[in-house]
Design a protein around this ligand. Structure first.
Ligand SMILES: NC(=O)c1ccc[n+]([C@@H]2O[C@H](COP(=O)([O-])OP(=O)(O)OC[C@H]3O[C@@H](n4cnc5c(N)ncnc54)[C@H](OP(=O)(O)O)[C@@H]3O)[C@@H](O)[C@H]2O)c1
Length: 409
């Protein structure tokens, strides 16, 4: 696959849309909503496998509402069908169940999984809070740049480290890598995989550089590398490409992959000035102090490279993907504009560009930091996904689902 700058794509309004297929599997879950976040995690894991979910919310008055609210924070759309109304109209249908859920057989607790956590910021902090509340896991170390910095949640004494080698010396079973530095992240992932340590990463700049090589390294050392959160935050974009590819060869990917740019473009459309829109993205916690990677399209290019690997196995270097920068003086097309990442397999082109998407039902109405994906396969079938593309809650959920997959395997 060679990279070329992207000809401005037209919205694919003429395509068949298969958002609701009758052959999608359905999961029926009876859930105790005493812990709404845990119940939402169980739903999310089924949702990201591509299943439509019927969730029976148990736990008395308000259980269904608490579950719907927890799923909304992750970015999973729900419906609450009343008596006589159809189920499965939304990805997740919630119905009210009895006060108490049936308890399944409880397995004997296994030895806790030893987890090394790299990064304790927006994502790492969210993961740490979940890890420490779950006795299936033992946190053996937390790598940061500045151990003296105040943190939320606080990190217990003795866990904080600033030397990557010292983190791996604590002999973890799994490394959760959520640091904001691409080269340190990549070196750490390589070192962990070389030792046979499983890795869950949210770091697209580290993972997207050469995913083919990392996957080969994992395979050679009998380790697993999971990176769902690196693309799409909480929206299951990688899983959707995998599902499409399992159906038929992928011929096209179109996606909004950067929550910060989506947020800014929505504010610009409402009439805000560029600097105010960027400040709003920072205030909402989406844009970093230095938003260059987001605005220049480099972040979206790294994510597109990961999706291209999922679709085609090959390595598409993010640096070779054509990009257009969003800036105060950028000349935007008229209409509803998105930063659109596109891979066209037949035309052998890949790029990130600012394009108008009016009339495209998947992309035009995409609020705040949301991401969306459309994958087309050779037989014309279309697979789509949408969800919250950034933020602590949805991104943590995605890392958490990868960890749950590791525990279950
Ligand atoms: N935020 C999101 O919504 C989101 C969504 C999807 C993926 N991601 C990815 O997840 C990763 C983490 O993002 P974030 O938002 O959590 O970033 P963040 O809030 O800036 O936190 C980054 C963490 O990495 C640590 N760190 C940075 N460089 C380091 C180094 N050289 N050695 C050791 N530790 C280092 C920082 O340490 P200090 O705390 O000491 O500074 C901090 O704890 C990034 O790769 C990002 O692209 C983020």
């Amino acid at each position: 696959m060679t990279a070329a700058s992207l000809p401005l794509p037209r919205p694919a309004t003429g395509e068949a849309r298969i958002d609701h297929t009758s052959d999608e599997p359905v999961a029926l879950l009876q859930l105790d909503v005493a812990d709404a976040a845990e119940a939402a995690s169980a739903v999310y894991r089924e949702f990201r496998r591509g299943r439509r979910v019927v969730a029976v919310a148990c736990g008395g008055d308000g259980a269904a509402t608490r579950l719907a609210d927890a799923l909304d924070r992750i970015g999973v759309a729900t419906a609450r069908p009343g008596p006589g109304q159809a189920l499965l109209e939304a990805p997740v249908s919630i119905v009210t169940g009895p006060d108490a859920a049936l308890q399944g057989p409880q397995g004997a607790p296994a030895r806790p999984l030893r987890v090394a956590l790299a990064g304790c910021g927006v994502v790492g902090g969210g993961v740490l809070a979940r890890l420490r509340a779950d006795d299936r896991f033992e946190v053996v170390g937390v790598l940061v740049r500045d151990p003296g910095k105040p943190r939320e949640p606080a990190v217990p004494e003795g866990l904080l480290l600033s030397d990557p080698a010292a983190l791996l010396a604590r002999e973890p079973d799994v490394l959760v890598e959520a640091i904001s530095d691409a080269s340190t992240g990549l070196a750490l992932i390589r070192a962990a995989l070389s030792r046979g340590v499983d890795v869950v990463s949210a770091n697209k700049q580290a993972v997207g550089g050469d995913l083919a090589a990392l996957t080969a390294l994992a395979r050679a050392n009998d380790a697993r590398l999971l990176y769902s959160a690196s693309v799409g935050g909480g929206s299951p974009l990688i899983e959707t490409v995998r599902r499409a590819r399992a159906h038929a060869p992928v011929v096209r990917i179109e996606a909004v992959l950067n929550g910060t740019c989506n947020f800014i473009l929505n504010r610009l459309a409402e009439g805000a000035a560029f600097e105010a829109a960027l400040a709003g993205a920072r205030e909402a916690g989406f844009a970093e102090e230095d938003p260059t990677a987001d605005l220049s399209g480099l972040d979206a290019a790294a994510k597109l490279a990961i999706l291209a690997h999922e679709a085609l196995d090959g390595s598409l270097s993010p640096e070779r993907i054509g990009r257009q920068t969003l800036a105060a003086d950028a000349v935007l097309p008229a209409g509803r504009v998105r930063q659109l990442a596109r891979l066209d397999v037949r035309a052998d082109s890949a790029g990130v560009a600012l394009v108008a998407v009016d009339g495209d039902p998947l992309l035009a109405d995409l609020p705040d930091e949301w991401n969306a994906l459309r994958v087309t396969t050779g037989d014309g079938r279309v697979f789509t996904a949408r969800g919250r593309g950034a933020g602590r809650v949805p991104t943590t959920e995605s890392v958490w689902a990868d960890l749950a997959d590791l525990v279950a395997a």
